[in-house]
Design a protein around this ligand. Structure first.
Ligand code: CAO
Length: 449
């Protein structure tokens, strides 16, 4: 073992400077010129590099210490590492013999000047450092800190930015001031969920790691559509603010489907495509009337319930640009054919990007039908400030036991998934609502009354 002390070099015109970062710890293997600490004066911050390679045995200062020229930074064991002497080694301070010299007798080495002294850089100024070769122990230590100049670090500290989260665009991924600015802009542009405090305190989530996907294979980047960005932010807010419960049920729509098919030709003559969705909208308004808490919104202060006297039902519509929710207005005044007509008009407009803002506003309840596509069940996200949404999956024939005949009969069963906001709706009412829907859809006469 050959121990050498590393002292603070000439730091220019300053009596003392503050230690703002200690970049190494005991046991670290370091190369000559690796940054050891960062110090800051009232004018600038600067790295202090290692004068030689070795293994750190003791660190003699900490963040917040005030230090001056000659102050002991740390002790390095230079035996196992290649002791590449710094050019500015003071002859009088050199260790006369190699190990086993005790630490107290360790040689006092002068070291190169800081990498960026200010205001007047002396001739010992070191150039900006580059990372050590990948795979070395030093690289592992460096991974803990980001590759940035002292001024960029200072800038990040002033803005409260954690450099580990910033992607560098400079040479060898060095983080530039412009990267920090771009990071802050990006963070500010992200949707906030201040309303319920999600994302803060105990609910705070880990930030998503920045992953270099090219390490795993080829890929291409495709920008999200404006609709996807908007609906994504809304869906996220709704998901984290409303405590969701999803009630599942099945409705026997065998008779309804027979009726729909019998009406289909007639409807087509009138220019209308009659799908199950029109009947579902009609049935849902009947259920909303029976259970008014579902036709409601929480007031902005969360202290009361706004019970609506109108019945507007939105439906999720899949478009090439993403999901939109047009609203069928005043359903209580419409028959099934009127509703089917509105569905065609609104979904065509949605797909041609011709929907007006007003045609997507004022909804009381939403239906998301994936029945034309497939699937057995799903849990839809509430379209806040509405308090419930009905998910509909593909109807299939199932054997259903008939108590009167004692036989199993093939019945067309429609899966229903009702997600509701548990702040407003109790579980019992959730089950009552889907039971009501089941009853309405199973008896077409009731539905059309
Ligand atoms: N079970 C079985 N068949 C169904 C069905 C169901 N639940 N729902 C619809 N069908 C049938 C229709 O009756 C129609 O059959 P016919 O041609 O014999 O009449 C066929 O499937 C196609 O229906 P459709 O999808 O064209 O019409 P629709 O009124 O049922 O739906 C619309 C219209 C706009 C809701 C739909 O086109 C759509 O965009 N669905 C996607 C909604 C979505 O993305 N939701 C997810 C939101 S959450 O991410």
């Amino acid at each position: 073992m050959r121990l050498k002390d590393v002292l603070v070099p000439d730091i220019g015109d300053f009596d003392s400077v503050d230690v703002i970062e200690v970049l190494v710890s005991v046991g670290d293997t370091i190369e000559k010129e690796d940054s050891l600490i960062i110090v800051e004066s009232d004018k600038a911050s600067m790295d202090i590099p290692a004068p030689f390679a070795g293994i750190v045995k003791e660190v003699k200062l900490k963040v917040g210490d005030q230090i001056a020229k000659g102050h002991l930074i740390l002790t390095i064991d230079t035996v196992d590492a290649k002791a590449d002497e710094a050019p500015a080694v003071a002859a009088s301070a050199k260790t006369p013999t190699p190990a086993p010299a005790p630490a107290t007798e360790a040689a006092k080495e002068a070291i190169p000047a800081p990498s960026r002294p200010a205001p007047a850089p002396p001739k010992q100024v070191q150039p900006a450092r580059q990372p050590a070769p990948v795979g070395s122990h030093v690289e592992t230590n460096r991974e803990k800190r980001s590759h940035a100049s002292p001024s960029a670090r200072k800038f990040a500290r002033e803005l409260g930015v954690d450099l580990k989260l910033v992607q560098g665009s400079g040479a060898k991924n060095r983080i530039l001031n412009s990267d920090i600015q771009a990071f802050v802009k990006g963070e500010l542009a992200k949707p906030r969920s201040d309303n319920m405090g999600a994302g803060v305190g105990a609910l705070a989530t880990l930030s998503m790691p920045v992953i270099d996907f090219s390490k795993f294979g080829e890929f291409e980047t495709k920008a999200l559509s404006r609709i996807k960005k908007l609906s994504g932010a809304n869906l996220h807010r709704n998901w984290v603010t409303a405590p969701h419960v999803t009630q599942f049920d099945e409705a026997d729509i065998t008779d309804l489907e027979d009726f729909r098919k019998s009406m289909k030709k007639d409807a087509e003559k009138r220019g209308v495509k009659l799908t199950i969705l029109a009947f579902l909208i009609k049935a849902s308004v009947n259920a909303l009337k029976a259970y008014p808490n579902f036709n409601a919104s929480l007031s902005a202060d969360g202290d009361s319930l706004i019970l609506k006297q109108y019945y507007n039902v939105g439906f999720a519509c899949d478009t090439p640009d993403g999901l939109v929710v047009p609203v069928v207005k005043d359903v209580q005044e419409k028959d099934v054919l009127d509703i089917a007509r509105d569905l065609i008009e609104l979904s065509e407009k949605a797909r041609e990007r011709k929907l007006k803002v007003g045609e997507m506003q004022g909804g009381c309840f939403t239906i998301s039908s994936l029945g034309g596509i497939g699937g057995t069940m799903f849990t839809p996200i509430i379209n806040c400030p509405e308090v419930a949404i009905l998910g509909v999956s593909r109807a299939i024939y199932k054997p259903v036991y008939n108590k009167e005949t004692g036989d199993f009969e093939p019945r067309l069963m429609l899966p229903l998934s009702l997600s509701y906001d548990h702040r407003v709706v109790d579980g019992a009412d959730g089950a009552r609502f889907t039971s009501h829907m089941r009853m309405m859809l199973s008896d077409v006469r009731r539905l059309l009354l």
